[in-house]
Write a protein that binds this ligand. Structure first.
Ligand code: NAP
Length: 272
């Protein structure tokens, strides 16, 4: 029975991973969330009867909570984990529509605080997550660790589109790609695939959280994406995105030379 641990299954793409993977009763699916009672309730209401789901509590910024979750997951899987999907992340609204020059000067203290918080979650937290689950991954049969990254972390698209928005989020994803590549460099010899995948631009409600000032900046960003891909029609749905990501996870391997790579849900460096 393939086993999966997925972080951030409370909502958005994590919930979609949980839904799709647990639809196969042969899969053992463990979701890690910050608010366990709320997710237990949602599972009971929307995925009732799926006995292959276990929800555990942990925060990426709290090492001891991650350590406990890893130990509890091991008790469910018998200490052998096939797939770790590092999906949870801080999708910052703070910097989503602004450039680094403005944010860094208008309130430098706030900027510094936000930068540390986002990096703690999106970078340092992933390092601890990977290390804590490594013994179980090494004991597993499949040995795949997937970071849900973002095309925003790509220097090429930033340069080509002069994409000044989301400077902290983009930096955190670029750094997370690098730590994923470093883990690949260390563990490829043991047969472990570490891979960073961008799920595409997906509608999960982030645009509903925009302030009126932020909404004014959205058309410029959309125009840039349309310049990048003239067929771009807007965000895709979570089911479309996660189906593509899971298919890519299945066909990627150390043997194919995918270890440490960074790619979109298309399996390329085209992001939308
Ligand atoms: N949606 C997109 O278009 C898109 C595009 C590219 C990449 N991504 C990536 O896809 C992943 C999922 O994003 P999403 O769009 O589904 O966003 P989302 O709806 O905001 O979900 C983020 C998830 O991460 C969890 N999380 C945040 N901080 C955490 C922490 N410190 N410890 C543990 N869990 C934490 C959240 O838990 P709570 O419920 O407790 O807040 C939530 O479950 C992220 O890594 C994001 O960067 C998304």
């Amino acid at each position: 029975m393939p086993s999966y641990v997925i972080t951030g299954v409370s909502k958005g793409l994590g919930w979609e991973f949980l839904t799709q993977l647990s639809s196969d009763p042969n899969n053992i699916v463990i979701g890690i969330v910050r608010n366990k009672p709320a997710t237990d309730k949602r599972v009971a209401e929307e995925l009732a009867g799926r006995r292959n789901i276990t929800i555990l509590a942990a925060d990426l910024t709290n090492y001891n909570s991650l350590k406990t979750a890893a130990s509890d997951a091991g008790a469910v899987t018998g200490g052998k984990l096939d797939y770790l999907i590092a999906n949870a992340g801080s999708v910052s609204q703070y910097d989503a529509y602004d450039d680094i020059g403005t944010l860094g000067t208008q309130d430098p203290e706030k900027f510094t605080k936000q930068f540390h918080e986002i990096l703690d979650t999106n970078v340092v937290g992933q390092v601890h997550l990977y290390n804590l689950f490594m013994p179980q991954i090494l004991a597993g049969d499949v040995k795949k660790v997937i970071l849900i990254s973002s095309g925003m972390g790509d220097i090429e698209i930033t340069k080509d589109l002069d994409l000044a928005v989301a400077p902290i989020y983009a930096t955190s994803k670029a750094a997370a790609n690098m730590i994923t590549a470093k883990f690949s460099a260390q563990y490829k010899k043991d047969g472990v695939l570490f891979l960073s995948i961008c799920p595409g631009m997906v509608e999960v409600g982030h645009f509903n959280q925009m302030s009126p000032e932020q909404a004014e900046k959205l058309p410029e960003m959309i125009a840039k994406f349309q310049r990048y891909n003239p067929h771009f029609k807007g965000p895709i749905t979570p089911p479309e995105s996660i189906k593509a990501v899971l298919s890519l996870v299945e066909r990627s391997s150390v043997e194919n030379g995918d270890g440490g790579d960074y790619m979109s849900h298309f399996g390329t460096r085209r992001w939308i």
